[in-house]
Write a protein of this length. Structure first.
Length: 300
C-alpha cells in the first residue's frame, strides 16, 4: 500500500508543467486540453500522465480560477463543464482534472471507474491531492484569486488539498466527507469493499472493516491544519444525504470554523437540482479571498 505522511501532504507543490493543445471555441467558452506528469511517482506508467481541461470565458478577462475536482465515477469533463460554464460569465475560469484510474487514465485490466485494490484507492487519493495542488500553483501564476472545489469524493479531496497547499485559496467542498472511511465502512457503499479478501491472519469481516477504516482515515481533513484563509471557505452540505453522513460535513466546517451552507437534498438530487447554489458558493468564496501576498508561498 502507498505510504502517507503529513510531511508528504504538506510538501510545497511545483506548478504543473502542462503541455497544452491549441484552444478551441465552444459557445461562450474557450476550451483547451492538456497533459502533465503527475507529482505522484508511484502511479503505474499509464496512469501517471495527468489530464486536464481548461475552460475560460471567450473574449473576456479571467479574474479568478477554480480547480474543479471530480466526484467518484465522474469520468471525462462533461458533467463539470455544465457546472463551470456559467461561472465563465463571471470571469471565473476552471481547470478540470481527470482523476487517476478514471476515464482516459484507467490502467489495463480495469473495466470501469472502480479501482481494484485498496492500494490503488490510496494512490488515487494521493495523486488527486498532489495534482490539484500543482494546478493551484499553476493557476496562481495567472490569478491572485484561486479556488479549489469539488463534489462528493471531489469534496473530500478539496478539503485535503485546501488544508495542505501553502498559500491562501478559496475552498468549496460540496457534499464532502472529512474522511473516506465512513463512506466505505458505514454508508451505502460499505458493501463495495471485498472485506473477506482484505482479511489477514484469520480475522473476520469486522476486523478487516476496522483495519480499512483506520487506513482510510489517513485522508481525514480534520487531522490536518485548517486552510490559510478559512474566511474564504464554504462547506456545502447535503442534509438528506444517504451516501455521505451529514455529520462529516459538520466536522469539516467546525474544524475550519467556516461557513456551512445546507442544501435540503440528497447526494444525487443536490447535484441535479442545486447547481446554482453550488456556483454561488464558489463565487462567494472567491470574493472573500484577499489578494495573496508575494511572500506567502512558503511551507508551514
Amino acid at each position: 500500500m502507498a505510504g502517507l505522511s503529513e510531511e508528504e501532504l504538506l510538501a510545497v507543490p511545483e506548478p504543473a508543467e502542462v503541455i497544452w493543445q491549441p484552444a478551441r471555441r465552444d459557445g461562450d467558452l474557450m476550451v483547451q486540453d492538456g497533459v502533465f506528469e503527475s507529482p505522484e511517482r508511484r502511479l503505474p506508467q499509464w496512469v501517471r500522465q495527468a489530464r486536464v481541461r481548461r475552460l475560460a470565458p471567450a473574449g473576456a478577462q479571467v479574474r479568478a480560477l477554480v480547480v474543479l475536482l471530480a466526484a467518484s465515477g465522474d469520468q471525462g469533463y462533461r458533467v463539470r463543464t455544465e457546472l463551470a460554464r456559467p461561472l465563465a460569465s463571471r470571469g471565473i475560469a476552471a481547470l478540470l482534472l481527470e482523476n487517476a484510474y478514471s476515464g482516459g487514465r484507467r490502467p489495463v485490466g480495469q473495466s470501469g471507474y472502480e479501482v481494484r485494490t485498496v492500494c490503488d484507492l490510496s494512490l488515487m487519493g494521493l495523486a488527486i491531492v498532489k495534482e490539484a495542488k500543482a494546478l493551484l500553483a499553476l493557476a496562481r501564476r495567472e490569478c491572485k484569486r484561486t479556488c479549489v472545489a469539488g463534489y462528493s469524493m471531489g469534496g473530500n479531496m478539496t478539503a485535503v488539498a485546501a488544508a495542505t497547499v501553502p498559500f491562501s485559496v478559496a475552498a468549496v467542498p460540496m457534499a464532502p466527507s472529512a474522511s473516506p472511511a465512513p463512506v466505505f465502512t458505514e454508508g451505502v457503499l460499505r458493501v463495495w469493499p471485498a472485506l473477506r479478501a482484505l482479511a489477514v491472519d484469520g480475522e473476520g469481516v469486522e476486523g478487516a472493516r476496522a483495519r480499512l477504516r483506520a487506513w482510510l482515515e489517513r485522508f481525514d481533513a480534520t487531522r490536518l491544519p485548517p486552510p490559510r484563509a478559512p474566511q474564504a471557505a464554504i462547506v456545502v452540505g447535503t442534509r438528506a444525504d444517504g451516501f455521505v453522513p451529514p455529520s462529516e460535513m459538520e466536522r469539516i466546517a467546525a474544524h475550519w470554523r467556516c461557513e456551512l451552507r445546507w442544501l435540503e437534498a440528497g447526494h444525487t438530487s443536490a447535484f441535479l437540482f442545486h447547481r446554482d447554489e453550488m456556483r454561488r458558493a464558489v463565487v462567494d468564496a472567491i470574493e472573500r479571498l484577499e489578494d495573496a501576498r508575494e511572500n506567502e508561498f512558503q511551507t508551514r
